[in-house]
Design a protein around this ligand. Structure first.
Ligand code: IPM
Ligand code: MG
Length: 358
């Protein structure tokens, strides 16, 4: 019998539907080549869901997500919904599904592609060979901490949030990070702001205690401001970075930009029971509907899904190699185009990648 994988597709907003179509085509090619069958369902999230149902995360979507092996999400958000209050915005759909599915770990690889070295804002000698992974805690910290709000105090408005981490949350993400570092170059950098924040002092203490179970992994602690600087000065020295929700949001964009384009970066969000895969970039409303978006981050997110959820590492490597080859052949979407390379649109890029898979 064919192996099967039940996948919920959430195209969302902006370029979302275009790049989702690309990922599905690639998965169909994989299904032909390997003994696997994908069962696709489609749901609403973000602005598209607000327009049709009034909610950025309809119950129906959550139900389908919980019944799937994996969720593949493209992007949410856009100007149209920018004036809505924070708890009604498209982003709330994304935060909600992460929380509801218990996706506590966000894995964001940052890898320098030889073919794209000149797309990096850094000098070639700094960026060549960079291969790092940011592991961001995703269901805690200041994103979800209570109390939170904006209120009137003594005649003026006050806005506040709470950065809070429980020991078990730090241990859970810490163990995962040590395990993953063990399978790579065995170096873990834990990032915090322990010189100022109590929540970070606890983070550092818990991670340090875990280290005794992973003596073969080298552990270093780094303050977040210093890490932001070292990432541009010596990115090659990093292997796995583990950090909280807010710091991880910022550092993963920085790590992503180092390697050239956000349009290349996939991510996996995993929990004990569920997993969701999405590109790091957003919905790019400025180019939506034109068919020119870079589908690579979305396609590589599907590859991470094949690897982690569908247990098809060969198929994942196949896709990654296909992307490498297409780039080496000089094909580029607009975001990574430079003089002397061949500009292609979303569909052409997708077809080129598929050709190398089959
Ligand atoms: C990300 C995004 C989201 C986040 C937004 C859209 C809520 O920036 O996935 O990094 O802050 O987590
Ligand atoms: Mg972000």
């Amino acid at each position: 019998m064919k192996k099967s994988c039940k996948i919920l597709l959430l195209p969302g907003d902006g370029i979302g539907p275009e790049i989702m179509e690309a990922a599905v085509k690639v998965l169909e090619a994989v299904s032909k080549k390997y003994d696997v069958q994908f069962e696709f369902q489609e749901g609403l999230i973000g602005g598209a869901a607000i327009d049709q149902t009034g909610s950025p995360l309809p119950e129906e979507t959550l139900k389908m997500a919980k019944e799937s092996d994996a969720v593949l999400l493209a992007a949410v958000g856009g100007e149209k919904w920018d004036d809505l209050p924070t708890d009604k915005r498209p982003e709330k759909g994304l935060l909600g599904i992460r929380k509801e599915l218990g996706l506590f770990a966000n894995l964001r690889p940052g890898k320098a592609y030889t073919a794209l070295l000149d797309a990096s804002p850094l000098k070639e000698n700094l960026i060549k060979g960079v291969d790092l992974l940011v592991i961001r805690e995703l269901t805690g910290g200041i994103y979800f901490g209570e109390p939170r709000g904006i209120e009137e105090r003594n005649g003026e408005k006050v806005g506040y949030n709470t950065m809070v981490y429980h020991q078990h949350e730090i241990e859970r993400i810490g163990r995962l990070a040590f395990d993953i570092a063990r399978g790579r170059r065995k170096k873990l950098t834990s990032v915090d702001k322990a010189n100022v924040l109590e929540v970070s002092a606890l983070w550092r203490e818990v991670i340090t205690n875990l280290h005794s179970d992973y003596p073969d992994v080298e552990l270093e602690h780094m303050y977040v401001d210093n890490c932001a600087m070292q990432l541009v000065r010596r990115p090659k020295d990093f292997d796995v970075i583990v950090t909280g929700n807010l710091f991880g949001d910022i550092l993963s964009d920085e790590a992503g930009a180092l390697t050239g384009s956000l349009g290349m970066l996939p991510s996996a969000s995993i929990g004990e029971k569920h997993a969701l895969y999405e590109p790091v970039h957003g919905s790019a409303p400025d180019i939506a509907g034109q068919g020119i978006a870079n589908p690579i981050a979305m396609i590589l997110s599907a590859a991470m899904m094949l690897d982690i959820t569908c247990k098809l590492p060969e198929a994942a490597r196949d896709i990654e190699n296909a992307v490498d080859k297409v780039l080496e052949e000089g094909y580029r979407t607009g975001d990574i185009w430079s003089p002397g390379t061949k500009r292609v649109n979303t569909k052409e890029m997708t077809e080129l990648i598929i050709k190398h898979i089959l």
